[in-house]
Ligand binder design. Structure first.
Ligand code: SAM
Length: 279
């Protein structure tokens, strides 16, 4: 994007990205987008920016679509991000789920990590549950009673997530020694998650602007709504509502604010945390 056409091109690409994956790139992100697309140009075989731009506009070349998505998604994540969801899971939800599994009023607990990035979130869920079952001595309830679906739009993030292999730096972010040595094998700079934990999660590429899956008891919808427009956020709330079990709940990130949830959800407080409960 150079010279006189810069702003026209930015507006068109901006609209395209919002239409295709919901992500709103404000005008202040023009420079960021330009530098990311320029990097794509350097690394690919395109002749010119116009060539790249035309291919983006047609949006029918899966390779280009992936490149653009990789360029515009922010995949920041870490283990056991925010303290309170894990506290709520252990202290409020797991005791209830386990009671219901035991008395036969449910046979599964279904959990969705809806923008799982490199996998730290769904792996934290699986480790948290497994550790809880072991610590509390629930020998009759297995991790396999919990179905965990993890999705993201980014192919590269999902590749890392599915491989379950992390480097020395990412392993340090939020993971305490107990979890690190209990659930990972270390070789040199590589940390590989236990197969049992890995196999408890189903990973799938999924764009949140599509129709959601059904029906979940618990949805981690964290640190992704913030990239969407107000209109799309409202649409997402409706879809989360449809996708949750009547008593289901969902989490957002601790630094996120949610408006207009009242129609479908109540906001519940637990210690310093909040969660949203289907009405
Ligand atoms: C900041 S990360 C959040 C990761 C994790 N939930 C957490 O809180 O640590 C945001 C993720 O949302 C994903 N994302 C953005 N737009 C999406 C869309 N339309 N559909 C699915 N995933 C999307 C990105 O690829 C990225 O991995």
């Amino acid at each position: 994007m150079n010279g006189a056409t810069a702003s026209k091109e930015f507006l068109m690409i901006q609209k395209l990205i919002e239409d295709k994956c919901g992500i709103v790139l404000g005008q202040e992100k023009a420079f960021l987008l330009e530098s990311k697309l320029s990097k794509m140009l350097e690394e690919s075989d395109f002749m010119s920016f116009d060539d790249l731009y035309r291919k983006i506009c047609y949006w029918n070349d899966p390779e280009i679509v992936d490149l653009v998505i990789e360029a515009v998604t922010i995949k920041e994540t870490f283990w056991f991000r925010d303290k309170t969801p894990w506290q709520i899971l252990e202290e409020l939800l797991l005791p209830t789920y386990i009671k219901e599994l035991r008395d036969g009023s449910r046979d599964k607990v279904r959990i969705w990590s809806a923008a799982c990035s490199y996998g730290q979130e769904p792996y934290s869920v699986a480790m948290c549950i497994d550790n809880y079952l072991e610590r509390e001595g629930f020998m009759d309830i297995k991790l396999s009673s919990f179905e965990i679906l993890a999705t993201d739009i980014s192919r590269t993030a999902l590749q890392t997530a599915e491989a379950g292999i992390f480097d020395n730096i990412s392993i340090l972010r939020g993971l305490d020694d107990h979890y690190k040595y209990r659930y990972f094998q270390n070789k040199g700079r590589i940390w590989r998650i236990d197969d049992r934990i890995k196999e408890s999660i189903q990973f799938r590429q999924f764009n949140l602007i599509n129709e959601f899956f059904e029906k979940f008891d618990l949805i981690f919808f964290r640190n992704v709504l913030m990239y969407f427009s107000e209109r799309l956020k409202k649409e997402m709330l409706n879809k989360i509502n449809m996708s949750l079990d009547p008593h289901g709940i969902f989490f957002i990130g601790s630094s996120e604010l949610l408006n207009d949830y009242n129609l479908y959800f109540s906001m519940e407080h637990y210690k310093n945390g909040i969660y949203f409960k289907a009405k």
